[in-house]
Every structure is written in structure tokens, then in C-alpha cells.
Design a protein around this ligand. Structure first.
Ligand code: ZN
Ligand code: MN
Length: 490
């Protein structure tokens, strides 16, 4: 960012709550169905149809709220947000306005400065104020046929209408695009972690908008802000914010106006462009939804939800650092996905060797996983099987290179370590008398090198090790080979 300027960024995230049915009716939440097949009078907005709140949406909303440090309100209200759009058949969206479901969130995230390649340098905690997360219904979708300028037909598909959303709104706390990036990643992971949302931006079940303005450092008032939409990935979002910051600074410095408007990110041109001038809240004519009771959430309900919450990733990372003495970077990688974290922890417990368990999970396991394109949960090698393999290596029954081969086979086929070791004849020879016999044979067959070694050519030690390994077909335990060779060669 240009010297003397700072950005002021607030984030709004719409997260689809992972319920099986819609928020105010019993229609299934599904993607890919025949257009308008998952609909009923309620989500079609037919006259006289009455909404009934889905309790599961409240439960998942509660999980999300707790994971984000929000206070769930004992009572909240639904409200009608009025606007006209073809994919909104009622002419209003049922949302929440002055009394949201949850408010007052204090969330600590980790955020980092980035170098020119976007690589994080030093991670630091940052406290984010989340003003609110309210519950609302999603709209349907307009589908346009043909090229943007020559549309012949537009269609309305209401399968998505009535899908439950949590809208998460922060204060304008972010000063750089990377802070916003780290925040969205944090929210995304935490929502997935607690099962509140699939939070997949590509599938559209997590959508973010960024409100961006800039000001000279030292200024305390806000300049006009621009709302950025159409951000299909966290990386595009970061780029869009960065572009917008530079665009606004240039405009202010040139004395040109920065209009309060909504802009879209054009990922092909790498720039933002105007979509429409921004509505104010009063344009929506919010008023309380007369068809729904206020939503009362009891303390018992919240406690029940809290009791079933998993340990959150940041807490888990700290615990891994403290109890297992892992480095911050390793622990962070392990908690990047809940399945991976749980997998690691099972391996660590069984092997009683967390360091080695982390090495395997972050090394061979992750490599095979990335190559396969599978999710950690779909892997054929159970944590117990990997632990068994690690124990076998530690006991000196097979060496590290053999273990890697064994693991690759386990990963591909799901076979247990012992079975693969036996099939491949990898059982390592550690018996000193068996190895001594091989050593003696090698020494007897290499008179000249023996003399040279004893004459002072110490490099030849490696030659003898190699010969013994070869004679044992790679099965001899290298440590025992070394010990015996040292004695024999004298
Ligand atoms: Zn319906
Ligand atoms: Mn909304």
C-alpha cells in the first residue's frame, strides 16, 4: 500500500448452514436437481403459505455463533427485507434486522504479513470484532441463456430459495487485504470444523463481500466505501481488495470522487467494475415478520450445543505445541483439516512418539494424500495401521526406505503393514550372529580392500557397508552392520 495511506475493510460472509431441509419449509436442500423441483408453496412464496422455523438451522447457527465467539441472544426477531428481484418470489427476504440471532463476537485469528509471492512471513494474533450473525433465507437463482449482451431468455430456478444462511458481519477492523484473507480462511475452516457449513466458496455455499475504503493515516473519519461482490475464492477476494485499495488511493490523490457503490471483481481483467450504486438500509423498509414468533433460545439449548462442540482448531494447535512439543508450523498444518488432526492424534497416541507421528503424517501421508486427490477421511490406511508401521520401523524390523515403500502399498491397497512387509520379504535382519556371518563372508572376499582399509584408507568403510547390505539384499539392519563391521575391521 502507498505510504501514508491505510485501508479500512469490513467483511460480510453469507454461510449456508448445512441442514438437510430449508429454513422455513420441509423441502430438501440439494444442488443439481431439476429446476424448481425442490419447492413448495412456502418457498415459492405462494399467498397464504406460512413459514415454520427449522430447529436444525438454529442448532447449526448456534454452533457457528459459538465457534466465532458470538453471544447467542435469548430472543431475536425475524424481519422482512423488501426488494424486488425475479428470484425472490415473495418480494421480500425473511431475514433479521434490529434483533439478530447473535451479536458481539470477539474472535482471535492468526494473520501474517506476506512477501512479494504471497508467502506468509510472521504469524500474529489479531482480534476481530464480529458485530452480528443473523439467520436468513437465501433467494433463488436467475439463469441467463446466451452471451451477456445478447440474452434471449432468462429463467428463474427456486430450488435454492429458502436455504438457511448465517450472515456474519464484522466491524471495519481490517487494514490490509491479507488480514481479510486470513479472516475468511479462519471462518471457513471453523464453520467446516464444527459442521455448521460446508463453507465451499466454489460451490457458492460461502459467499463474501468486502466493504473497502481508504484514508490518510491519522484520519479518524471514514471516506466513501465500495462494496465488492462476486468473489469466488479467497484469493480473488484478496486481489480484488488490493486492486480497490490502489484504485481509491489514486482517485483521492487525483481529487476525483470515490462513489459509494457495489463493484464486481472481473477475474479475467484483474479489475473491479461498477455493478450498481449502493442501497441504504432504509431502502429495504425492514419490518418485523408477522408470520413468525420471536425466536427464543434457552440457556439449556445453548449448553447442549456447546457440550457437543469439538475442540476448535486454534485450541488444538496450541495443545499440540504444548503437549507434543511440535513446532508452530507443523501443528498448524496438522490442524488445517479436522480429519488430519484427528488422524495425527490417533497415530501419536498409539506410537507414543508424537514427533515421529507428525513426521509421517506431514511427510509420506500428506504426499500420498495430495497425489491421490482424496480427502483424509476417505483414506484406506487407518491411523492404527500407520501407527503399526511406525512401531515396526522403530523396533528396527524394517528400515526407513522399506517403510516408505510399504506405506505407498498400504495407501494404494488398504493392506496392513505386516501383510505388505511379508509379501515383499522386507523383514529386516537384526540378529547379530546372522549379520556377523554375512560380514565375515564379505571381508573374506575382499582381501585387497581390507588391506587398504587397515593401511589407513578409512573411506573404504562405506564400501564394506555397501557390500554387506548388498549381500543381505538390503535386509540387514544398517546399525547392526556398522557395529559389527567396526569390530571386525578393527
Ligand atoms: Zn419449500
Ligand atoms: Mn444477507
Amino acid at each position: 500500500m502507498k505510504q501514508g495511506w491505510e485501508a479500512v475493510i469490513g467483511m460480510e460472509i453469507h454461510a449456508q448452514l448445512a441442514t438437510a431441509t430449508k429454513i422455513f419449509c420441509g423441502c430438501a436442500v440439494e444442488t443439481g436437481g431439476e429446476p424448481n423441483s425442490n419447492t413448495c408453496p412456502v418457498c415459492l412464496g405462494l399467498p397464504g403459505a406460512l413459514p415454520v422455523l427449522n430447529e436444525k438451522a438454529v442448532e447449526l447457527g448456534s454452533r457457528a455463533a459459538l465457534a466465532l465467539g458470538l453471544e447467542i441472544q435469548a430472543e431475536s426477531n425475524f424481519a422482512r427485507k423488501n426488494y424486488f428481484y425475479p428470484d425472490l418470489p415473495k418480494g421480500y427476504q425473511i431475514s433479521q434486522y434490529d434483533r439478530p440471532f447473535s451479536a458481539n463476537g470477539r474472535l482471535t485469528i492468526m494473520t501474517a504479513e506476506r512477501d512479494g509471492h504471497g508467502h506468509a512471513t510472521e504469524w500474529k494474533p489479531m482480534e476481530v470484532h464480529i458485530q452480528r450473525m443473523h439467520l436468513e433465507e437465501d433467494a433463488g437463482k436467475n439463469v441467463h441463456e446466451g452471451l451477456p449482451d445478447v440474452n434471449k431468455y432468462s429463467y428463474v430456478d427456486l430450488n435454492r430459495a429458502g436455504t438457511p444462511l448465517g450472515e456474519i458481519v464484522t466491524s471495519p477492523d481490517f487494514r490490509t487485504s491479507w488480514q481479510a484473507y486470513d479472516y475468511v480462511n479462519h471462518v471457513r475452516r471453523v464453520l467446516q470444523w464444527v459442521g455448521a457449513s460446508d463453507a465451499d466458496m466454489e460451490k457458492g455455499n460461502l459467499r463474501c463481500e468486502a466493504n473497502v475504503s481508504v484514508r490518510r493515516i491519522g484520519e479518524t473519519t471514514f471516506n466513501n466505501k465500495v462494496e465488492l461482490k462476486n468473489l469466488n475464492s479467497v484469493r480473488f477476494m484478496q486481489k480484488a481488495i488490493e486492486f480497490e485499495i490502489e484504485r481509491q488511493i489514486a482517485a483521492h490523490e487525483a481529487g476525483e470522487p470515490v462513489n459509494q457503490e457495489t463493484r464486481l471483481w472481473d477475474e479475467k481483467k484483474n479489475e473491479t467494475r461498477v455493478m450498481r450504486s449502493k442501497e441504504d438500509a432504509h431502502d429495504y423498509r425492514y419490518f418485523p415478520e408477522p408470520d413468525l414468533q420471536p425466536l427464543a433460545v434457552t440457556a439449556e439449548f445453548i449448553e447442549k450445543v456447546r457440550a457437543r462442540m469439538p475442540e476448535l482448531p486454534d485450541a488444538m494447535r496450541e495443545r499440540f505445541v504444548e503437549t507434543y512439543q511440535l513446532g508452530y508450523a507443523d501443528a498448524s498444518h496438522l490442524v488445517s483439516h479436522k480429519d488430519l488432526a484427528e488422524y495425527f492424534e490417533t497415530v501419536a497416541r498409539i506410537t507414543a512418539n508424537p514427533k515421529l507421528a507428525a513426521n509421517w503424517v506431514l511427510g509420506e501421508f500428506t504426499r500420498e494424500l495430495n497425489n491421490s486427490g482424496r480427502a483424509a477421511a476417505a483414506v484406506l490406511v487407518s491411523a492404527e495401521d500407520l501407527a503399526e508401521l511406525i512401531i515396526t520401523v522403530e523396533a528396527g524390523k524394517i528400515n526407513n526406505n522399506q517403510a516408505k515403500e510399504v506405506f505407498a502399498e498400504m495407501f494404494a491397497t488398504g493392506k496392513a503393514a505386516a501383510a505388505v512387509i511379508e509379501e515383499r520379504g522386507f523383514e529386516q535382519i537384526s540378529d547379530p550372529s546372522a549379520i556377523a556371518a554375512i560380514v565375515d563372508g564379505v571381508i573374506a572376499a575382499n582381501d585387497a580392500n581390507l588391506a587398504a582399509y587397515r593401511g589407513g584408507n578409512e573411506k573404504l568403510f562405506g564400501f564394506f557397508v555397501g557390500q554387506v547390505m548388498k549381500a543381505s539384499q538390503g535386509k540387514a539392519n544398517p546399525k547392526v552392520v556398522n557395529d559389527i563391521l567396526k569390530k571386525r575391521l578393527g
